[in-house]
Design a protein around this ligand. Structure first.
Ligand code: TPP
Ligand code: SF4
Length: 496
């Protein structure tokens, strides 16, 4: 990562008259020729804030340990500049993503970099709860009192009286409320370790900001807890000011409304016994592998390398559950698995489907476009998804026969009146397990014994479990007996 070499070919055509932190990429990936400079407007505080963070990370030797979570807003492209691990996340979600990253990789330094629209509007919940949990992350909050990227709408931090495109007469507390003071709000919580507000208004304050940034990062390096630096920052373009005036505006207008202060500087005492168990990703993955090996049904030899199954029907028919059961069975048989549900707001009685991958290899995507097997619980699903089935694949259709106007010459079709069978067993609910029995018998993808083990683990009610056992058997037997004597209907006689 570090030690960028500038070769003859990579030398820019222009003369570089400034030096920049080694932590920045030597060239920025930009569409224009201006690969030596950022996309920020002249005089924008983001550039200064980037510089302070980059220099501190470099000086503290944290480059190879750092993951930067960049936001939505003008600084969305922070990953073009910082040569560290980079993740760009949805609007306002940086503290949530940073939480996950830090918990999964506790030895990394995780930073969230956010604007005031991102952090204090759409992302209010994320920052409050991350701070309240005392996540061990550093948040840099660039407060320019406006939405920069989208052209100057009012932000939660817009000053009283300040004009914006959505408060053209100036912010009026009676209508738009007062500015949100995030540093003060967060300092009312117990967990944060360090909270300071600084300003990029003049060199003296920039030096103070530099110290605050360093302190927040040092605390991260020492594993201290949640650190938050609010940086009052100029946005000359949207404010309609030149860079010098904009800095003055930070000093004269913003600081009185957002006083500079260290709001928190203490280590919180969390009793040792209160620590949640921490596992590394490695340990979690290994734990699951061991569980899968322990539950492995011996003697099973899978005939496929990779099997994609789509299950579709009405909401309430147990479509998603059937997919979950198959995924769990695959896991118990030592396969890589994925399960991806898809349903709309009309879930109950509306359409629902899910994708299940069973594979001997790692699965690239859980989304299936060419399933090998379609389990269609109703006619709508059959008509909708049958054309997706890969040639040579199988359709298991939950009716006695196909509608007369359709046939599928390139695939095998198995029809089974699952609802009627379930009704006869005494529980309409187990139609999905009848379909599972049929699927297992027809494709032999997984063992019925594994299916029973999974059902036993999931279904605690012995009466329901008995229905499921019968349903599984009924599905298998239907394929063995009835289908074998001609209940499979297909115009080309594929399985007739
Ligand atoms: C979910 C969603 N809602 C709204 C937007 C539009 N949007 C993009 S950036 C932005 C505000 C950014 O303002 P701020 O966080 O203050 O950052 P700045 O651009 O001032 O640095 C908004 C509302 C979006 N991209 N995504
Ligand atoms: S619009 Fe404002 S925040 Fe965005 S890059 Fe320009 S000066 Fe910076």
């Amino acid at each position: 990562m570090a030690n960028h070499e500038v070769t003859e070919e990579s030398k820019p055509a222009y003369e570089v008259v400034h030096s920049k932190s080694q932590l920045f990429y030597p060239e920025y990936e930009r569409k224009s020729d201006l690969k030596h400079q950022t996309h920020y407007c002249p005089g924008c505080g983001h550039g200064v804030a980037h510089k302070l963070i980059a220099e501190a990370l470099e000086d503290l030797n944290l480059q190879d340990q750092t993951i930067l979570v960049s936001p939505v807003g003008c600084s969305v492209f922070a990953y073009y500049y910082f040569d560290v691990g980079n993740v760009q996340v949805a609007h306002g979600r940086a503290p949530a993503a940073a939480t996950g990253l830090k918990r999964a990789c506790p030895d990394k330094i995780v930073l969230a970099y956010q604007g005031d629209g991102d952090l204090a509007a759409i992302g209010t919940a994320e920052i409050v709860h991350a701070a309240n949990r005392g996540e061990k992350i550093a948040v840099f909050f660039v407060n320019n009192a406006i939405y920069g990227m989208t052209g100057g709408q009012m932000a939660p931090t817009t000053l009283v009286g300040q004009r914006s495109t959505t408060s053209p007469w100036g912010r009026r507390p009676v209508n738009e409320g007062f500015p949100l003071h995030m540093a003060e709000m967060l300092s009312s919580l117990e967990a944060p370790v360090y909270i300071e507000r600084v300003a990029l208004s003049d060199n003296k304050n920039i030096m103070k900001a530099r110290r605050a940034v360093r302190k927040a990062l040092e605390l991260q390096r020492n594993g201290a807890g949640f650190t938050f630096v609010e940086i009052l920052s100029p946005c000359p373009t949207i404010w309609g000011k030149d860079p010098v005036e904009a800095r003055k505006w930070v000093a004269e207008k913003m600081i009185p409304s957002f006083p500079l202060n260290v709001f928190r500087d203490r280590k919180v005492e969390i009793p040792e016994s209160n620590q949640p168990p921490q596992k590394t990703v490695q340990e979690v993955v290994e734990g699951e592998r061991q569980a899968a090996r322990a539950a492995f049904v011996p003697g099973r030899h899978h005939q496929f390398d990779h099997l994609d199954i789509k299950i579709a029907g009405f909401g309430g028919q147990g479509v998603l559950l059937l997919g979950q059961l198959l995924a769990e069975m695959g896991m118990r048989e030592g396969l890589e698995v994925s399960w991806l549900p898809s349903y709309g707001p009309e879930m109950r009685s509306g359409s629902a489907h899910c994708h299940v991958c069973l594979s001997k290899q790692r699965i690239g995507s859980p989304l299936l476009s060419r399933p090998n097997v379609l389990v269609a619980m109703n006619e709508i699903s059959l008509r909708k998804f049958a054309s997706q089935v890969a040639p040579g694949g199988t359709i298991i259709y939950g009716r006695e026969r196909l509608p007369e106007d359709i046939s599928f010459p390139q695939v095998q079709v198995v029809c089974i009146p699952a609802s009627e069978i379930a009704d006869k067993l005494g529980s309409a609910k187990v139609a999905n397990v009848v379909m599972m029995g049929a699927l297992l018998q027809e494709t032999e993808c997984l063992a019925s014994a594994t299916a029973m083990k999974v059902l036993e683990a999931k279904v605690k009610n012995p009466v329901l479990l008995e229905f499921d056992r019968k349903a599984l058997d009924a599905g298998r037997l239907y394929i063995d007996h009835t289908v074998a004597i001609g209940a499979v209907t297909q115009a080309d006689g594929f399985a007739e």
